[in-house]
Design a protein around this ligand. Structure first.
Ligand code: ZN
Ligand code: ZN
Length: 789
C-alpha cells in the first residue's frame, strides 16, 4: 500500500533495489537490441558535485532511461578526470614536497577518496551508470592508452617539441593552452613615454606595460600614417638608451595611443606575430616565475613591482608625458585567476593548424543539439592561430612518452613495450649525436587524457571487435562552455588524428546553472547552491524534475527555488492521485468489455493522454526535456486531477460495479499507468513505487518500471476533446460562481439556464448536472452565458 506521504525513504529503497537487480546493466551478450552508447563526461575529481553536474548528468540520464524503455541496450559507462593542478596543490599542502613517485601516490590516494564521495552523490541522484565500466584517467592502463595515442600522433608528425612562445601561468609555473584562458576587465593605466627619434626629436609611445621596455625590439607604425612615414628603416632610442629599428605594418592600430607601437618579446599575441613575421631578435623578458629577466637593475623583480619601479624612474627623468586611465581586457588562467604571460619555452605541441579544416569537416558530420551549437566550435577553429601546447610542467598527470636531447634538440618516442612510460623508470637512450637523451618529465594537459574517452569506452586499442561495435558512440553530452576544449580536442584526437571516424553520432549541449540572482555561482559571492543541501531538503525526483525544467538547451539558466518547490508539489499531486486510485485499482484488471464501455468524459481524457504520449515522445527523442515535463505538469495537474478526477468521483464511489464504474476504472488505470511510464525517465522513484503498488499484479516479481516498454498512443477522438473541453469550461465557470457566492462546491443548484454557441449532447448534459450538482438544466442557443435561478 502507498504510504501517506511520498518521501526519501521510498526513494532510497528503490535505488537499492535497482542496484541489486542490476537494471542499469549493459548486456554484453545481446546481439538483438540496438546499442545506445553514451560518452559521458568524466568529472574532475573535486570531491563534490556542483549544480552544473546535476543538470548535465540528469540530462543524459533521462536519455539513458528513456532509451532503455525504447528497447535499446544502453551502454552508460562513467569515468573520472583525475589529474591536475588543484589536486597537487591540496596534496602538497597536506604532505609537503615529496619525490615525484611518492607524490603521485599521495595524489592517487587523495583522488580515490574524492571519487568515492562523488560517486555516492551520483548514485543518490539515481544516475543510471553501469559501474562495471568505470575508468579513471590516473590508472596506469589509462596512461598507457593516452601515451599510445601520442606515439601514433608523433609518428604522423602531429606531435612535436619546439621552443615557442606559449601562454604561461607564473603562479602554476606551467604552460597553458589558449582554451584555458579567461578574460577579465581591469582598470589599467596607459603611459605615454618619450622615445628619441632619428633627428633627436621626441617620439611618444603609449603602453600599459612599461615593465617590458627592456625587451623592446622594434617600433611600428601604420604605413599610411602621415605622422610617421619618415621613420621607415630609421633607428629609434628607447628611454633605456637602447637602439631599435622602426618600420610600418598594416596591423598597427593608428587610433590607439599615439599610433606608435613598441614590439616587445612578448607583451601580447601581436608581438609574437610581429617577431615571427620580421624575424626580430627575441629577448626573454620574464622568467617562469613571473620575474624580470635581462632587465639590468630591475632583474628579479616581480612584474607588478617592476612596473612601479620603472615608472618611478622614468617619471624622475621626465620621460613620462602623460598618464591615462583605461579599461583593459586581461587574460588570466581560468584555474587560478593569475594574469598570464607569454614566454618562450621548450614545449610539446599538437599540430592543429594543418588539420583545422579536417576537424571542421568532421564536426559537420555530427548532429549538434541544439543545431547552433556547432558555431561555437567553428568560430573557435577559425580563431585558432597556434598549435595546442600539450605539455604541463607538473607531476600528477600522464607522462609524455618521449625522450629529448639537450645538446642537439632531437626527440625520440618511447617504445610501445615501454608503456606505460614513467620518466623515473625510463631506460637509457642515446641520441644520434652521441649524447645521452633525457626522458621527458612534463606531463600531459588533462584534455589530452579526456580527448580519447570515446576510444577508451569502445575498447581501443586492444579489442577490435568491441571497437567496431561501439565506435562511433551514439551520444556525447557536455556543457556548452567546453565545446572549444572537450568537444574540439576529442573530434581532433579521437576522430581526425587516430581513427578518421567522427567519435559520435550526436552531441547534446547543456548550458550553465547560474545562481538564483542570475550571476555566476562563486564562493566569493556566496551564492553557491550545493547539491548536497538540496539532497537533504528535497526528494531526488524533485531535483531531477528541476533539471528537466531548467533545460533550455545550450543556454544558461539561473537556479530557481520556485521550480524545485513546484516540482515537489507536483510529486505530491501524483502521489495523491495514485492514493485516490489505489483502492479501486489494486485488484483491477482491464478488460476489452470495460474498454468498450467508456463514455465521452473517459474518451476525452484517454484522447488527451494519447495526444500527450505522441508529443512527449517527440520531445524525448529531441532531448527536449523542458517541453516534455511542462506538458506532463499541465496534463496531469489540470486535465487529470483538476478535471477528470473531479468529474468521475460520483461514478467511482458508486457501490455497484456497473458498466459506468468499470469504464472509469479502465480509464483511471490507463491514464495513471501511462503517466508514470512517461515520467519514469525523469522521476523514476515515484514511478517505481506507484508501478509496484498499483500495476505490478501478476507480473514478474522483480520487474521494474525502468525496464517497462515505453507507452504507445491509442486512439485520439478530436470530437470528444472538443466537446469535453466545453464541459470543462462550463464547470469552471460554475465553480467560480459558487466560490464567489461563498457556496460550498457540493452545494446543489436548483435551476441553471445555460446559453451556448455550440451543442452539448445529452450525455454531457447529464454529466454536467451530476458534476456541478444541478437539479434542472435548460440550454439555449447564443453567446456563452449562464444564470442560476
Ligand atoms: Zn595558474
Ligand atoms: Zn643529440
Amino acid at each position: 500500500m502507498l504510504a501517506e506521504r511520498y518521501g526519501k525513504e521510498i526513494e532510497e529503497k528503490w535505488r537499492k533495489h535497482w542496484e541489486e537487480q542490476g537494471v542499469y546493466r549493459f548486456d554484453e551478450d545481446d546481439d538483438v537490441r540496438p546499442i545506445y552508447s553514451i560518452d559521458t563526461p568524466p568529472p574532475f575529481t573535486s570531491g563534490e558535485l556542483h549544480m552544473g553536474h546535476v543538470l548535465s548528468y540528469s540530462y543524459f540520464d533521462f536519455a539513458a532511461r528513456y532509451k532503455r524503455m525504447r528497447g535499446f541496450n544502453v551502454y552508460y559507462p562513467q569515468g573520472w578526470d583525475c589529474q591536475g593542478f588543484p589536486t597537487e596543490v591540496k596534496v602538497e599542502r597536506k604532505y609537503g614536497r615529496l619525490p615525484p613517485e611518492q607524490f603521485r601516490e599521495k595524489c592517487v590516494e587523495w583522488t580515490r577518496e574524492f571519487i568515492e564521495r562523488m560517486k555516492s552523490q551520483m548514485k543518490e541522484l539515481a544516475f543510471s551508470a553501469d559501474w562495471r565500466y568505470e575508468y579513471k584517467t590516473m590508472d596506469p592502463d589509462y596512461h598507457r592508452k593516452v601515451q599510445l595515442s601520442l606515439l601514433r600522433m608523433y609518428k604522423d608528425k602531429l606531435v612535436y617539441r619546439k621552443s615557442y612562445p606559449v601562454y604561461w601561468c607564473p603562479k602554476c609555473v606551467s604552460a597553458i593552452a589558449k582554451a584555458e584562458l579567461d578574460e577579465i576587465e581591469k582598470d589599467g593605466v596607459l603611459n605615454f613615454i618619450k622615445f628619441i627619434g632619428p633627428n633627436e626629436e621626441d617620439l611618444i609611445i603609449a603602453t600599459t606595460r612599461p615593465e617590458l621596455l627592456h625587451a623592446c625590439v622594434a617600433v611600428l607604425f601604420h604605413p599610411d600614417d602621415e605622422r610617421y612615414k619618415y621613420l621607415e628603416g630609421k633607428r629609434i632610442t628607447t628611454p633605456f638608451g637602447k637602439e631599435v629599428i622602426a618600420f610600418g605594418d598594416r596591423e598597427v592600430d593608428k587610433e590607439f595611443g599615439t599610433g606608435l607601437v613598441m614590439v616587445c618579446t612578448f607583451g601580447d599575441k601581436m608581438d609574437v606575430v610581429w617577431a615571427h613575421r620580421y624575424k626580430l631578435p627575441i629577448i626573454e623578458a620574464i622568467d617562469k616565475y613571473g620575474k624580470l629577466k635581462n632587465a639590468g637593475e630591475f632583474d628579479g623583480l616581480k612584474i607588478e613591482e617592476a612596473r612601479k619601479k620603472i615608472l618611478e624612474k622614468l617619471e624622475k627623468e621626465g620621460k613620462i608625458v602623460k598618464k591615462q586611465q583605461l579599461k583593459q581586457m586581461i587574460k588570466t588562467h581560468d584555474r587560478c585567476g593569475t594574469p598570464i604571460e607569454l614566454i618562450l619555452s621548450m614545449q610539446w605541441f599538437a599540430d592543429i593548424r594543418s588539420v583545422a579544416s579536417d576537424i571542421k569537416n568532421m564536426a559537420h558530420k555530427i548532429k549538434w543539439i541544439p543545431e547552433f551549437g556547432i558555431t561555437y566550435l567553428i568560430d573557435w577553429i577559425e580563431g585558432a592561430e597556434w598549435d595546442w601546447v600539450i605539455s604541463r610542467q607538473r607531476v600528477f598527470g600522464t607522462p609524455l612518452p618521449f625522450y629529448y636531447c639537450e645538446k642537439c634538440g632531437e626527440t625520440k618516442a618511447a617504445e610501445e613495450s615501454e608503456l606505460p612510460f614513467y620518466p623515473e623508470k625510463a631506460k637509457r637512450v642515446r641520441c644520434s649525436c652521441g649524447e645521452e637523451m633525457k626522458p621527458e618529465t612534463s606531463v600531459c594537459d588533462c584534455w589530452v587524457d579526456s580527448s580519447i574517452t570515446p576510444l577508451i569506452i569502445s575498447g581501443w586499442p586492444d579489442d577490435e571487435k568491441r571497437f567496431k561495435k561501439f565506435y562511433p558512440n551514439t551520444l556525447r553530452p557536455q556543457g556548452v562552455e567546453i565545446v572549444r576544449t572537450w568537444a574540439f580536442y576529442t573530434i581532433y584526437r579521437s576522430g581526425v588524428a587516430l581513427t578518421g571516424i567522427p567519435p559520435w553520432k550526436e552531441i547534446l549541449l547543456n548550458g550553465n546553472v547560474l545562481a538564483p540572482d542570475g550571476k555566476k555561482m562563486s564562493k566569493s559571492l556566496g551564492n553557491i547552491i550545493s547539491p548536497a543541501e538540496l539532497l537533504r531538503d528535497y526528494p531526488v525526483d524533485a531535483i531531477r524534475q528541476w533539471a528537466a525544467m531548467s533545460g533550455a538547451m545550450a543556454k544558461d539558466r539561473p537556479f530557481s527555488y520556485e521550480d524545485i518547490k513546484y516540482a515537489k508539489s507536483f510529486l505530491t499531486k501524483v502521489w495523491n492521485a495514485a492514493r485516490f486510485a489505489e483502492p479501486f485499482l489494486k485488484d483491477y484488471k482491464p478488460t476489452k468489455n470495460d474498454a468498450e464501455a467508456i463514455g465521452a468524459i473517459d474518451r476525452w481524457i484517454l484522447s488527451k493522454i494519447n495526444k500527450l504520449i505522441n508529443e512527449y515522445t517527440a520531445d524525448m527523442e529531441g532531448y527536449n526535456y523542458q517541453k516534455a515535463i511542462g506538458r506532463m505538469h499541465n496534463f496531469f495537474w489540470h486535465d487529470f486531477c483538476d478535471n477528470y478526477l473531479e468529474f468521475i468521483k460520483h461514478r467511482v464511489y458508486a457501490s455497484d460495479v456497473g458498466e459506468r464504474k468499470r469504464a472509469v476504472l479502465y480509464t483511471l488505470h490507463y491514464v495513471l499507468l501511462n503517466s508514470i511510464l512517461l515520467l519514469a525517465p525523469i522521476t523514476p522513484h515515484i514511478s517505481e513505487e506507484i508501478y509496484n503498488a498499483l500495476f505490478l499484479k501478476g507480473r514478474k516479481k522483480n520487474s521494474s518500471v525502468t525496464s517497462e516498454r515505453w507507452p504507445e498512443a491509442g486512439d485520439i477522438d478530436e470530437k470528444a476533446i472538443e466537446e469535453v473541453n466545453l464541459l470543462c469550461r462550463i464547470v469552471a465557470e460554475i465553480r467560480q460562481y459558487k466560490a464567489s457566492n461563498r457556496m460550498p462546491q457540493n452545494a446543489e443548484l436548483g435551476k441553471v439556464i445555460l446559453t451556448l454557441d455550440r451543442e452539448l449532447n445529452k450525455e454531457l448534459q447529464e454529466e454536467l448536472k451530476r458534476i456541478s450538482r444541478i437539479k434542472e438544466l435548460e440550454i439555449k442557443r447564443g453567446e456563452f452565458h449562464f444564470s442560476v435561478l
